[in-house]
Design a protein around this ligand. Structure first.
Ligand SMILES: [Zn+2]
Length: 959
């Protein structure tokens, strides 16, 4: 033993040994488990292995010795415990031999005692004493060795492996979800592709094999399943069963639906009292969904389901934005990856619970080993049989912690990847192609244009392409990539300055390991002056975010310091905000659940439906509502073509509804588009009703009609000033209707408020262009309703065209698009042509400008409109204060006239006037009246401001 201890292997010996060990594993000579056993034995300095290490033998010699060592280990493993491990085995054998020898000596001495009993008693005693002492000490040593053997033998590698395989399985499953985005990046993506994509996405995320949804609507239960659609009446049984459902229930247990879902593993997720999502789950993975109640992530599932329902419904009738779908699913994907952590926790607990029995306790108790998973619903878990003094238990405990930490690291990486991808998803002129470490395509920021294909000699990109296949006709690029990867040695180094280069390569590393690379392609020209610094993704993103628009805004703020906290803030592009939240959430990557107040939502909606029902019944019987007799043109209607028109002078709702009809009638649209009169009456009543349901001071039916009337004027003025006819009847009609409906069902709050209050609308539209999307959707809903569908005589194709234009017009009133739209219009106004995109942009500009018609009218009217909007802002500011939401700085103190007038001046100077000015240039003076009115209004507000300031100063002096 002493001889073996003195053998201390050199570092070189260790390295050599571990290399051989690694080779043996990769050659398949030993298993991973066997490798681990050897490593464990080396850490406890198992003598025979130490000997092997210190002898510096040939590789083949080491291999064969290790194999024979392992074979003896496996043989003895099944035998008795005392012989299990080499080191203890040898010690044990030696001690055993010594003890047996001592016993033999004792026996001999006892025989001697018998022989010489009467002779030398003292010698005898002495001998017996010596032998017994030596015997006892050897027995003691043997006992110690046996004890140490008992501890060693417990190490059960299969247990550790089980924990680790849990981790890899879940990680593998969730690392693939982003790849589903690739399916969307086809040039000719069609509704069926999006449907297919939704299926893949749901399958990869929650193991959903097929889905359907159930809506309770108009006294009927509607079941939507792929292309199929079934209906049955709502009875009391149905209501009892559906409304009282648990959040997640197995359909099997329901009488009403059993019939429709006969195959097993169907689960129903209750979204609201009238919306249900049914999933057929992969039996191997259903636990993710069924765990949602326990770990409180049902909200995430509900949002995911609502997104799927919404998208499924939209793709049937609407044009869709790949960008917004891509953007949204990146977020949902991440959300589900975050929640999948609980699946890992649950799997860990189940695995070790077999042996250690996990309990929940309220507080930390002494002398128990607790397992802490941050964010899990149970704060303290203790394993009653876990004893950290035992080697095996300590190993299990450490593995649990390690596995959990590694998974959290994985979530963080997913988050960073998402941010990186998102940036490129939104980028207009940069393409990003991401490859994994095997060089396979992992992400494409959007479908490659023909331009970029020609520019970089790319023939085709498929989901499983490698970079070698993609650039097969571009040897130069291939060479560049390979050089870069091999020369960079997984480190980013400064690239050579190359002004002509149209692309950049970024190597991705995690924990010093090469994980792949991204290729950033620039369409046509490389505008950035210097090469991006070779650092991590965060800096890259930050650098890239210096877009043209942001530069413009910066300049704007430089010259107009006043606008910083003014209403102009509403017109700043979202990128700034996006980046800030991204950075904030990077600091605290903990999971934040969105809480949806279901009670409120359900109540609000059912009230809404009830109100509409009553309204309809009322409509037919009440003679004080708009009816056919009202629909006649009047002499004063020619005022409708002038900005002098003032809706505030009309006192009755009927009259306000009538002039909408009158504008259509004067353009002959009622006849051209065969708009049925009865439906028109219902439509106008419904519009007024939906506009005025929240009693907003500004965003009400008056505003809608005024915007429509302004569009009516603008169209007339443009055709008068320009020789070219830009709008056909359909475009004009659509412009008028878009203007009328552009704010329907307005909540009286801004998008920021909706987002901050996590309103149902904000959740539905994922915080993006919330209200504008809501107005467009509400309009389409009304136009599809059998009682109000004035477009019922449109062909299917015409309706689609109309709808597309209408949505585009309404969305152009989104204020955050303002600067971008203005810039785009500016750049195109010179060579404005018959391009459909140009027309769409012009319609957007006209609608957007008309939205500010109040300000662009003559001073007294202009002031009245401003006061109304400020009244609405003040109400929001107070409500935000009351609810504890962030308050909009520009809404502060609007009751003070000097604050409000200053705000108005900034708003007109920076936002409204440049817009009208640009349109006026284009329209060769068509908007001159408006520009003049705006200048007058600025002048008048300045006067108000100066007067107020003076009054304030006098007041201060007086005090
Ligand atoms: Zn508006």
């Amino acid at each position: 033993m002493k001889q073996e201890d003195s053998q201390s292997p050199s570092l070189c010996g260790y390295i050599n040994f571990f290399q051989v060990l690694g080779d043996m594993e990769s050659e398949g000579l030993i298993t991973q488990q066997e490798k681990r056993i050897i490593k464990q034995k080396i850490t406890v300095k198992e003598p025979s292995l130490m000997l092997l290490l210190s002898q510096q033998q040939e590789e083949t010699q080491i291999k064969s010795e290790l194999l024979s060592y392992l074979s003896s280990f496996q043989l003895t493993r099944s035998k008795s415990h005392t012989q299990e491990f080499g080191s203890s085995k040898k010690q044990g054998q030696q001690l055993q031999t010594q003890t047996i020898q001592l016993m033999d000596q004792l026996i001999i001495q006892l025989k001697c005692m018998q022989q010489y009993a009467n002779q030398q008693v003292i010698v005898f005693r002495l001998l017996v004493h010596q032998a017994t002492q030596e015997f006892n000490s050897k027995i003691e040593q043997l006992r110690n060795v046996l004890n140490s053997l008992d501890q060693d033998e417990d190490v059960d590698c299969t247990f550790i492996e089980l924990l680790q395989s849990n981790y890899s399985l879940i990680k593998q499953r969730y690392s693939r979800y982003m790849n589903s985005l690739l399916e969307l990046m086809d040039e000719k993506v069609e509704p069926k592709d999006i449907q297919a994509f939704l299926n893949t996405f749901l399958n990869q995320l929650i193991g959903c094999e097929s889905y359907s949804f159930i809506l309770l609507k108009d006294q009927k239960v509607q079941i939507h399943y792929e292309e199929k659609f079934e209906e049955f009446p709502i009875t009391k049984d149905v209501i009892d069963e559906l409304v009282n459902l648990q959040q997640i229930t197995e359909v099997h247990s329901l009488n009403t639906l059993k019939h429709y879902y006969q195959t097993p593993h169907h689960y129903i997720l209750k979204l609201t009292d009238y919306q249900y999502f049914v999933m057929q789950l992969d039996p191997n993975f259903k636990s993710f969904v069924t765990l949602s109640n326990k770990y409180n992530y049902t909200d995430s599932l509900i949002e995911l389901a609502q997104f799927v329902i919404y998208t499924s419904q939209q793709i049937k009738v609407q044009y869709f934005s790949i960008l917004s779908i891509g953007d949204t699913i990146l977020e949902f994907g991440l959300e589900i990856v975050r929640c999948s952590k609980y699946l890992l926790i649950e799997n860990i607990l189940q695995t070790i619970n077999k042996q250690y029995q996990i309990h929940e306790i309220a507080e930390n108790q002494p002398n128990v080993v607790t397992l802490k998973f941050k964010d899990s619903s149970s704060s303290f878990l203790f394993a009653s049989n876990l004893d950290l003094k035992k080697q095996q238990d300590l190993l299990v405990y450490n593995t649990v912690n390690q596995v959990y930490q590694r998974y959290q690291q994985f979530i963080k990486q997913c988050y960073e990847r998402m941010q990186f991808y998102k940036y490129f998803l939104r980028s207009k002129n940069l393409f990003m192609i991401d490859f994994d470490k095997q060089g396979r395509l992992r992400f494409l920021s959007r479908a490659l244009s023909q331009k970029i294909k020609t520019q970089f000699h790319i023939e085709k990109i498929q989901i499983d392409s490698t970079y070698k296949q993609i650039f097969t006709s571009n040897q130069q690029m291939l060479q560049s990539i390979e050089n870069y990867i091999s020369n960079a040695k997984w480190k980013l180094t400064q690239q050579e300055e190359d002004q002509n280069k149209q692309y950049e390569i970024f190597i991705r590393k995690e924990e010093k390991q090469f994980k792949g690379f991204s290729l950033i392609l620039l369409e046509n020209e490389w505008v950035r002056k210097k090469t991006l610094p070779p650092t991590n993704g965060k800096t890259v993103r930050k650098q890239l975010l210096q877009t043209e628009t942001m530069d413009y805004i910066k300049k704007l703020e430089e010259f107009n310091p006043d606008i910083r906290n003014s209403v102009v803030a509403m017109y700043m592009p979202q990128t700034q905000e996006f980046n800030q939240t991204a950075l904030q959430s990077q600091k605290t990557p903990t999971l934040v659940f969105r809480k949806i107040d279901k009670g409120q939502v359900v109540g609000k909606n059912s009230f809404f439906f009830k109100q509409r029902e009553e309204e309809r019944r009322f409509m037919k019987t009440n003679p004080n509502k708009l009816n056919e007799c009202h629909l006649i043109l009047k002499e004063e209607d020619n005022q409708l073509d002038s900005l002098e028109f003032n809706i505030h002078l009309l006192k009755s709702a009927i009259e306000k509804q009538r002039i909408v009809w009158a504008m259509l009638e004067r353009n002959n649209f009622n006849q051209i588009f065969a708009l049925p009169q009865e439906k028109m009456i219902n439509f106008l009543i419904e519009m007024e009703n939906q506009y005025n349901m929240n009693n907003n001071p500004y965003h009400n039916f008056d505003h809608g009609v005024a915007v429509m009337q302004a569009v009516n004027c603008f169209i007339k003025q443009l055709s008068k000033q320009l020789d070219q006819q830009f709008f056909n009847n359909m475009t004009k009609f659509c412009l008028l209707l878009s203007a009328l409906c552009h704010d329907v069902a307005h909540t009286g709050k801004t998008n920021a408020y909706e987002a901050n209050s996590l309103s149902q609308l904000a959740i539905r539209y994922h915080d993006k262009v919330i209200l504008e999307q809501h107005h467009a959707a509400t309009t389409i809903k009304i136009l599809r309703d059998s009682q109000t569908n004035i477009l019922c005589n449109f062909s299917d194709q015409d309706f689609r065209t109309f709808r597309k234009q209408l949505i585009s017009n309404i969305l152009s009133t989104d204020m955050q698009e303002h600067f971008k739209m203005l810039k785009e219009f500016e750049s195109r106004v010179e060579q404005y042509g018959n391009d459909p995109e140009d027309l769409s942009l012009l319609c957007g500009m006209v609608t957007h400008a008309a939205d500010f018609n109040g300000t662009a009218r003559k001073w007294p009217q202009s002031r009245l409109w401003s006061e109304k909007i400020n009244q609405e802002y003040r109400a929001q500011y107070a409500e935000e204060g009351k609810q504890g939401y962030p308050q909009q700085p520009f809404m502060k103190d609007l009751d003070k006239l000097h604050v409000m007038s200053k705000n108005e001046i900034g708003f007109i100077k920076v936002i409204v006037r440049p817009l009208y000015h640009q349109l006026n240039l284009f329209g060769k003076g068509a908007f001159q009246d408006c520009v003049d009115n705006l200048d007058e209004t600025i002048f008048e507000w300045e006067k108000v401001y100066q007067q107020e300031l003076k009054a304030l100063q006098q007041q201060q002096q007086g005090n």
